[in-house]
Design a protein around this ligand. Structure first.
Ligand code: UGA
Length: 470
């Protein structure tokens, strides 16, 4: 099928590349000439596993890039709208890009088309998109609007798209649902997975995925409700981690015990320094705002957001408790991205923490495998960047782990111990076993677990006498 994807951001680009890999003829449309030129010349603007491979495979064949939206609409049966929906000052999603795309699509409709919302949008957006297209002259029976929320995670976006837990299609007419089923047929009938050149199947994926058809409004709500629930799981376990610290329990053991209940599940129960990224913070605000407009005060979401912010403050207190004073302390920071596997620093808890630490007078040397370029534009002047974890650790008063990159979980602890000026590691992502850290001579502070201090550590005897700090 010929498909247009409007917007070459994270979702648009990944969707375009994956739809092409499923066998469709895809035109990705963007009005940013610089971005288009980069994409046409073979550059890959985001750090995403398998994306360079798919773009290389299909560029100039089943996948083309264009700034001509109207032409792309005329030649396509389905138009996926994947433009940005940034938050306004009040937390609502700004839908002006969606509206202007809908207006432009209207003028180019030359036969039955479906317009598919792929961006995360509040409930009722599909109704508005329909109204705007009608207002601008299109015939009522010449198009339908579908909602097809995307559940991909950054860092695993390509495999999440091609091996989804489920495909949700919100369609209010049978012809529209039929087109959507046809688009996803290579995944739902399993034929994609039999191809020798298919992207490798990740662990835990179930193929073929189910396709769930709902009304457009339900599909819009599914997206917001899913993200809000996942964020709630993270805040819940972070709150439990705080209690663990106060009573001397181990959050990892609690997670194991809680997560093995199949009704709860172990995923998204990792405590840390709070969630970040371009989705959860924005979507929670937007969902709260949608609820308020409908007359429901969704206070549970306020609490999820509050716990998330508090989690960063708790981590700062942990750094202070471990180091006593902060002014002039030299800190090695591992991790800048909002999570491992991506170069995205939007709403990254690591960046927010570094800003606070610098404000308190710390000197920071940071290392991240992918996000240093982006971070250098937003971090305060004076933050130094290292070429690797051991260089960052050299002569530091403590090492802080702020992003869950795999390579930070497999450091040579002997080397870390030797490089550091003081053998202190404060881990915001619980990447290490506390006993192992202590046995390597490191004083180790993590989230929801008691500090582990090496035998004979001066702090060990003091810590035993001090009331627990929360
Ligand atoms: C999230 C959702 O997981 C996707 O399903 C959704 O499609 C996407 O938002 C979106 O709406 O576009 P993403 O923001 O890429 O995906 O990242 P996640 O893997 O969900 O992580 C979000 C944040 O939560 C990160 O800062 C991560 O470190 C943190 N996190 C995650 C935890 O602190 N603990 C966990 O157990 C899991």
């Amino acid at each position: 099928m010929r498909i247009a994807v409007v917007g070459s951001g994270y979702v648009g680009l990944v969707a375009g590349a994956c739809l092409a890999d499923m066998g469709h003829e895809v035109t990705v449309v963007d009005n940013d000439q610089k971005k288009l030129a980069a994409l046409k010349s073979g550059q890959v603007p985001i750090h995403e596993h398998f994306l360079p491979e798919l773009l290389g495979r299909h560029r100039d064949q089943r996948l083309t890039f264009s700034d001509d939206l109207q032409h792309a609409v005329r030649i396509s049966s389905a138009i996926f709208v994947a433009v940005g929906t940034p938050p306004t000052d009040s937390g609502d999603a700004d839908l002006s890009y969606v509206e202007s795309v809908a207006r432009e699509i209207s003028g180019a409709i030359n036969g039955y088309k479906i317009v598919v919302e792929k961006s995360t949008v509040p409930v009722y957006t599909s109704e508005w998109v329909r109204k705007i297209i009608l207002r601008n002259g299109a015939d009522a029976d010449s198009f339908d609007v579908a909602s097809n929320p995307e559940f991909l995670r950054e860092g695993t976006a390509v495999t999440d798209f091609l091996f989804p837990d489920r495909i949700v299609v919100g369609a209010d007419s049978e012809p529209c649902a039929r087109v959507m089923r046809e688009i996803y047929a290579p995944l739902c009938d399993g034929s994609y997975y039999k191809r020798p050149d298919a992207i490798p199947q990740p662990d835990r994926s179930q193929i073929p995925p189910p396709l769930i058809v709902t009304s457009t409004k339900s599909a819009e709500l599914i997206k917001h409700a899913s993200n809000a629930f996942l964020a709630m799981k993270i805040s819940f376990i972070n709150a439990v981690a705080s209690i663990c610290e106060s009573v001397g329990a181990n959050v990892q053991q609690v997670c194991q015990g809680v997560g093995t209940d199949s009704r709860i599940g172990p995923r998204f129960l990792n405590p840390g320094i709070g969630y970040g990224g371009s989705c959860f913070p924005k979507d929670l605000m937007a969902f709260r705002s949608v609820a308020r407009e409908c007359g429901y005060d969704f206070r549970l979401l306020d609490e999820v957001i509050r716990i998330n912010e508090e989690q960063r403050q708790r981590f700062l207190r942990k750094v202070r408790n471990a180091l006593w004073t902060l002014r002039g302390k030299r800190l090695a920071v591992l991790g800048l991205a909002f999570k491992g596997g991506t170069d995205d620093i939007r709403e990254s808890p690591a960046i927010l923490l570094i800003q606070s630490l610098v404000q308190e007078g710390c000197c920071v040397t940071a290392y991240d495998p992918a996000a240093m370029d982006r971070a250098s534009g937003v971090l305060p002047p004076g933050v130094q960047f290292a070429k690797g974890a051991y260089e960052a650790a050299t002569d530091a008063d403590a090492l802080l782990i702020l992003t869950e990159w795999e390579e930070f979980a497999t450091l040579d602890l002997q080397q870390v111990r030797e490089k550091l000026r003081y053998p202190i590691v404060i881990d915001g992502r619980n990447l290490y076993n506390p006993e192992v850290m202590a046995s390597h001579g490191l004083s180790y502070y993590s989230v929801g677990r008691a500090p582990a201090l090496p035998e004979g550590s001066p702090v060990r005897s003091q810590a035993a006498n001090r009331p627990r700090q929360t």
